[in-house]
Ligand binder design. Structure first.
Ligand code: AGP
Length: 635
């Protein structure tokens, strides 16, 4: 028997939707997939059980709209179904590997998010039992195993799913249909999120709450190794008697231990999932930052002054060292926090990419505090870094935007940013909220430790409150940024430079540009230009500089002069009335003055807009840039 040598095709960073109830399932499933499009994907599929008990599966490579084209004129009837969007990691995206996958007899259908690590051994075992496979996916191994257990061990549908999940190693969020049980969906999670929506006489599944909330705000966040049976006895679409069916939820672990479902209410509303008249979610989320920051400020003030505060500061007060860990934009927020915490709290702060921290065998001592920053709360590397740090005795505070997501649940304490769902893949309002939360944490923490005196504390708290209006002022000058974008859109590469608190802003501005306009951009501390990058300066290499007032403003002006002296083109973010830098720059955008430690929150906004307008000029897919996903749940 030749061992299986094909590379497994895993289904990760995907979207899952499920429905059973009084409505026709297909419209609910497809709309739910559209709600999950922001997660990034390259194929989509749906499985429905029609009133005659036939299991219909439709799949397509490409967008959800391609799936709708494939499925139109087909039999789309039925009140029960599951659906999936897949982001290819191993193996080409395509029909063969798209979900749902069927068992050999065609009786079962499964959708899956995660990695089954022992798929090869299970596949060989099943082939040894005479089973044949159509795809290279680890997911097909699971559905074949379930059917094998049904037939060999004469297990019920839920029991066969339960036993199969006890046999697999790895991570999963799965939903399974059995056409012989058209009133039941079985679902489970371990390491990949899955949410149950509880409606009136209807039940939903989603990788997050966004496919669910227009029908109900009552949800159950499944925990790792939870299995749930969604059952609608008396469910009979043929006669339309679905209305008489009563939804039943049976929650247990994959080992069969019964659990009581904890129903929570989601504060999100469906309007937050719509573009609201904007061309793109990214522009909407940039422009809603005045409101989102007001919401964030109100929430974090409450958190840092109420009963939560005592738990958070009792965790922090023992800190000898703070270790901040995150990925991407969230890592940039962590860099800003380093400056703020060290200056205001006088505690040592290290900042690590989570993907590096988890493997570099760091020295972590009891008393060290890890601050994990994540918009989605599902970033695999950040989650793994937290687990590693906790095993070494660290306590964890997470800063997150998605209530009930995996990272807050793995943390000792959490401060939510409360800016509502961020749909655009490029993170914008989450960044300004993260920096706001972290800066306020530093302020309150420093004031409690008497490393920040009353006068500074009071002044900076007032400055924090002025942020929404100052960002609104920046948004009133979008046209100046659009002009700047005209120039930048012809560049093939550019530099972003800043110093001190605005060095991370340079990094974040560069990330925004490259991830949505595909122009190479690099962020640098401005003083580092002389140590290499100045060799790049030419007419063809624009330099974007963040040059607002700071303790080292004069040194930054010198850096700009060095660039100008070598015919470099300078685009500057400057404070209103700063004629010195305006004279040096080819183009500039003015922003209101604010305390330096808060300036990243204002200064990043023109750079968010700049990347947006450049991407639009280049005709890029702003909300779903190529190769990217909103939540990187792969390592
Ligand atoms: C930022 O625009 C990117 N979408 C990406 O770098 C993101 O910040 C990173 O993947 C971290 O995501 P998280 O905040 O959800 O953990």
């Amino acid at each position: 028997m030749q061992p299986f040598r094909g590379c497994s095709v895993h289904a990760i960073m995907c979207g899952i939707v499920g429905y059973i109830g009084k409505r026709q399932a297909y419209p609910v499933l497809v709309k739910g997939l559209h709600r999950l499009e922001y997660r990034g994907y390259d194929s989509a599929g749906v499985a429905l059980i029609n009133p005659s008990g036939r299991l219909n599966v439709y799949k397509s490579q490409g967008k959800v709209s391609d799936l709708e084209d494939t499925a139109q004129n087909q039999d789309l009837t039925g009140c029960i179904g599951i659906a999936h969007t897949r982001w290819a990691t191993h193996g080409e995206p395509g029909y063969k590997n798209a979900h749902p996958h069927l068992s050999e007899s065609g009786r079962l259908a499964i959708v899956h998010n995660g990695i089954i690590e022992n798929y090869a051994a299970l596949r060989e075992m099943l082939i040894g039992q005479g089973r044949t496979f159509k795809s290279d996916t680890d997911t097909e191994v699971v559905v074949q195993l379930i059917e094998h257990l049904q037939e060999q061990d004469h297990l019920s549908f839920p029991q066969s799913v339960q036993k199969a999940l006890q046999m697999v190693h790895g991570s999963y969020a799965v939903a399974v249909l059995d056409k012989q049980q058209p009133d039941t969906i079985v679902a489970a999670r371990k390491g990949s999120p899955l949410v149950v929506g509880v409606g009136d006489d209807e039940l939903f599944l989603g990788s997050d709450a966004s496919p669910i909330i227009e029908y109900t705000n009552r949800v159950i966040y499944l925990e790792d190794e939870d299995m749930v049976i969604l059952h609608m006895p008396g469910q009979d679409c043929a006669s339309g008697r679905a209305e008489q069916a009563v939804a039943q939820i049976m929650l247990m672990t994959i080992r069969g231990e019964r659990k009581t479902p904890q129903i929570q209410r989601v504060s999100m509303d469906v309007s937050q999932l719509e573009k609201g008249g904007y061309d793109h979610f990214m522009l909407k989320e940039i422009c809603e930052q005045p409101q989102s920051l007001r919401s964030c400020l109100q929430s974090v003030k409450q958190t840092l002054s109420g009963t939560d505060a005592e738990r958070i500061f009792s965790l922090l007060q023992s800190a000898n060292r703070v270790l901040i860990t995150a990925c991407g934009t969230s890592w940039h927020a962590g860099l800003v926090a380093k400056y703020a915490i060290e200056q205001m709290v006088r505690v040592s702060v290290d900042v690590d990419y989570a993907s590096e921290l988890r493997y570099r065998q760091p020295v972590i001592n009891n008393g060290d505090i890890v601050i994990a920053i994540s918009q989605s709360g599902e970033t695999a590397d950040t989650l793994a870094a937290i687990d590693m740090a906790k095993k070494q005795g660290a306590r964890v505070l997470s800063i997150c935007n998605v209530i009930g997501s995996s990272i807050p649940r793995a943390s000792d304490e959490v401060i939510y940013t409360m800016v509502g769902p961020e749909i655009g893949v490029a993170s914008t309002k989450a960044f300004t909220a993260q920096v706001t939360v972290l800066t306020m944490l530093a302020l309150v923490w420093g004031h409690r430790r008497n490393t920040l005196d009353d006068e500074h504390y009071t002044y900076l708290m007032q400055e924090l409150d002025s942020l929404p209006d100052k960002i609104a002022q920046v948004l009133d000058h979008k046209e100046a940024v659009r002009q700047m974008a005209q120039t930048l859109s012809f560049a093939s590469s550019c530099l972003y430079i800043g110093r001190s608190y605005n060095y991370p802003v340079a990094l974040e501005g560069a990330l925004k540009l490259k991830e949505i306009s595909y122009i190479h951009a690099e962020g640098y501390p401005a003083a580092e230009m002389k140590h290499g990058p100045i060799a790049l300066i030419s007419q063809e290499m624009p330099v974007v500089t963040v040059a607002t007032s700071s303790d080292i403003y004069d040194k930054l002006v010198s850096n700009i002069q060095e660039i100008r002296a070598r015919q470099g083109r300078v685009m500057a973010v400057v404070n209103e009335g700063d004629t010195e830098v305006e004279r040096l720059a080819d183009v500039f955008v003015e922003v209101p003055r604010v305390a330096e430690c808060l300036s990243p929150i204002v200064n990043i906004v023109p750079l968010q807009l700049l990347s947006y307008y450049v991407a639009c000029l280049k005709g890029c897919d702003v909300d779903q840039p190529r190769n990217l996903a909103k939540s990187v749940t792969v390592e």
